[in-house]
Design a protein around this ligand. Structure first.
Ligand code: SF4
Ligand code: SF4
Ligand code: SF4
Length: 310
């Protein structure tokens, strides 16, 4: 790598980290600290940097499939989580648990609940990539601003085992459904503390991206991740492989932001059907022997196959 490329890489990483800090501190300012009364340094800071880095990533990305994916992801996140709630704020009936939450959360809670159940059905048919690669606001910042730190993804055995941590927050999330049905002052405190803890962990994870890789939250903590992961496991989605041709070169492993040991799974099972697979298609693109293929309901039922992610 030339010195010029080195310098450019360092500059992009520096700017990316500043953008991550801006997003995290903007949220902290709005939620807890109230240092500055400005819409430009608030919950919306995150969407500003997603927009800027989303455009940059679309220009810089060489792979056409990934470029298309980032363009759609950025557009969906900015439109549905920033523009629409700003232009068309909607009153939302709630049980009062979300009274102190940000305007964005309040106004979108009802449509988001409906969207969530629609998303579950789509994940069952097409894999969790419909959310976790193309639409999730939390990965919007990680696949745009966080892209500079993809190479930092920790791929040790212990890091892979830590994926089970997300069951802790996931189990609490299920318990909340029971609490919401039995409203009281005590349950309200529990619900508020839970969402407070999730929010703080989420934004701390942004600070840690330069040492853990961009998908740290998705890999280890996201309470939705385990639900989508289970549907991934029982649904139609998988990455199939011609395992006899695999040379165990490890290129696919090094491309996976979720730290999945792709080549080991290919050798052991002839496919990747992991709860963690977010269907980004990076491993498929990385395999120079082209022995990996994305399968979903269309291909399983013998129809049109998923377009090759190139
Ligand atoms: S794992 Fe969670 S945070 Fe990550 S993309 Fe999926 S839903 Fe979003
Ligand atoms: S990149 Fe292809 S050949 Fe190399 S380990 Fe992965 S699946 Fe096997
Ligand atoms: S296994 Fe492949 S498609 Fe799945 S998350 Fe990893 S790189 Fe993306």
């Amino acid at each position: 790598m030339s010195r010029l490329q080195d310098r450019r890489g360092t500059l992009i990483k520096g700017l990316s980290y500043l953008a991550l800090l801006y997003a995290a501190l903007g949220w902290g300012n709005e939620r807890y600290f109230h240092w500055v009364q400005s819409p430009w340094f608030s919950h919306y800071s995150e969407f500003i940097v997603i927009g800027i880095f989303g455009v940059y990533r679309c220009c810089a990305e060489k792979n056409a499939y990934t470029r298309r994916r980032i363009a759609v992801l950025t557009t969906v996140v900015i439109t549905f989580w920033f523009l629409l709630p700003t232009v068309l704020p909607t009153p939302e009936p709630s049980l009062g648990y979300f009274k102190n939450h940000a305007t964005l959360g309040r106004s979108l809670h009802l449509p988001m609940t409906l969207t969530f159940f629609l998303a579950l059905g789509l994940v069952l048919l097409f894999g969790r990539r419909v959310v976790c690669s193309w639409a999730c606001p939390c990965v919007g910042i990680r696949d745009t601003v966080g892209n500079a730190f993809r190479t930092q993804t920790i791929r040790t055995r212990s890091a892979w085992r830590l994926r089970h941590l997300k069951w802790i927050l996931g189990s609490f999330y299920f318990a909340l459904f029971v609490l919401v049905l039995t409203p009281s002052a005590a349950t309200r405190i529990v619900v508020d503390r839970f969402f407070g803890t999730v929010s703080v962990l989420y934004f701390v994870s942004l600070f840690l991206i330069p040492v853990t890789g961009n998908r740290n939250w998705c890999r280890w903590l996201c309470p939705y991740g385990h639900i989508f992961g289970l549907l991934n496991k029982i649904g139609f989605y998988s990455i199939k492989a011609d395992r006899d041709r695999c040379t165990s070169c490890g290129r696919c492993d090094r491309e996976c932001d979720m730290g999945i040991p792709v080549s080991s799974l290919v050798k052991a099972e002839g496919r990747v059907k992991a709860t963690e697979c977010v269907g980004c298609g990076r491993c498929v693109n990385a395999c120079s022997l082209e022995i990996l293929q994305v399968w979903d309901v269309r291909r399983q039922l013998g129809g049109q196959s998923f377009p090759k992610p190139r």
